[in-house]
Ligand binder design. Sequence first.
Ligand SMILES: [Zn+2]
Length: 505
Amino acid sequence: MFWADAVAQELKKRKLPLEWVDDMKTPSGKIHVGALRGVVVHDLAYKALLSLGVKAKYTYVFEDQDPMDGLPVYLDQNKYQQYMGLPLFKVPSPEKGYENYARYYASDFKKVFNAIGCNPEIIWVTDLYKSGRMNDCIKQALDKSQEIKKIYEAMYKKQISDPWYPFQVYCVSCGKVSTTKVTDWDGKEVTFTCNVDAVKYTKGCGFIGKASPFSDEKEVRGKLPWKVEWPAKWKTIGITVEGGGKDHMSAGGSYDLSSQIAKKIFAYSPPFALPYEFFLVGGKKMSSSKGLGSSASDMLEILPPELLRFLMVKTKINQAINFDPAEKDTISTLFDEYQKAAEAYFEKTSDDLARTFELSQIDKVKKPPTVRFSVLAQWVQMPNMDLEIKKEGLEEWAKYARIWVERFAPESEKFVVQKELPEQAKNLSGLQKQFLARLSSELDKNWIAEDLQKNLFEWAKELGVSSKDAFAAIYLSLIGKDHGPKAGWIILSLDKEFVKKRFNE
Ligand SMILES: [Zn+2]
């Protein structure tokens, strides 16, 4: 059985009135494609629940209150240095038209997951705090700070020195959060200092004073540290299913700690855990704040949405995805697998594979083309193939084939029909020349590519030329290489007079 269906069956047994599936991410910069796996994993659990008739909801939380604690390389470093230490929602957007920095990068990521068929309801953490709904948990966390501290100490096996409070207040003087430390709590307000040398990447203002930790419509005044915020969020929202990457979900990881806080401090049962393995690009788990090239939106430039979704659907959640588009066969193999899954679906041959295809669809089930991607990658390099591509319904995939040729294809897979007779063709043997002359004389007939291909072998045999030499003659004279795409196709894709002239040269 497909894994998400097994999870849904398990969940159905709990008979909860509502299963609330949730995932989250901090938009601290361009979001790595790895985070997309979380969105898809949760989406699959959600959709599997719905297909079993279980009432379910799916939300996605953008943590826009985390501090800016690093500057991604693609930002204007001089401009952004001044915002270090501020919560992300107080940092300006790199482009006009967005409320703030967090919203800008979240929106870029949201576009991608919407495009691949995931449409969770968005929750902004600032809105959650502003609504006042987090205030109960904030009060409990501050009241029970000693108990929370003990949970941390037991889990990490080290002492935490007093004073310690699980709250990160926004400095009322400079607005920063990375620099503040709460030193006391009187039941209404926290006392805090904004330490000048609290962190390396920015300076505090030195302010010492009091502030309310409770947010309201007008202002967000601070946040819980994330391992306390996670369980507070579970309870406040009512989340019943939530996973994370294996780094968070392993024994002694954030999920463990947050679960204990959920039970002991907030009296809330931790959600059903959905742990999943990493999504690596070329063997690397790149962080969102570093570099370009493997962000979720980059990936959508090189794969059609249903293929990007399929890549994650087809891989079991306990298996890492290591996707390296620069490797020769990575992309074409993915397309082949997709076509195989489609076949299973339409011919009802394998349950799991058919279900994988079904769950990879964006809106409704769409039959993919049957022409292989590797062939298509040749077609897009041949002249005059536009009609053929259109006739076969390949326009959408052809777009990605062109991108593959441009960005990833090894030299051996690339070819250009040469305008002049290539140098390499000048040393053909007499037999090879005879073969080309024969071929040229046959070209006025009305060929279809497959038949022409068959005949090429026949003519070579008749003339006593090896098929290797015969085909090399065709390729050398057209593209200047001794190998190439299927000869029958490339010959017919070209202007007849041009080919005849070339073969007789
Ligand atoms: Zn300050």
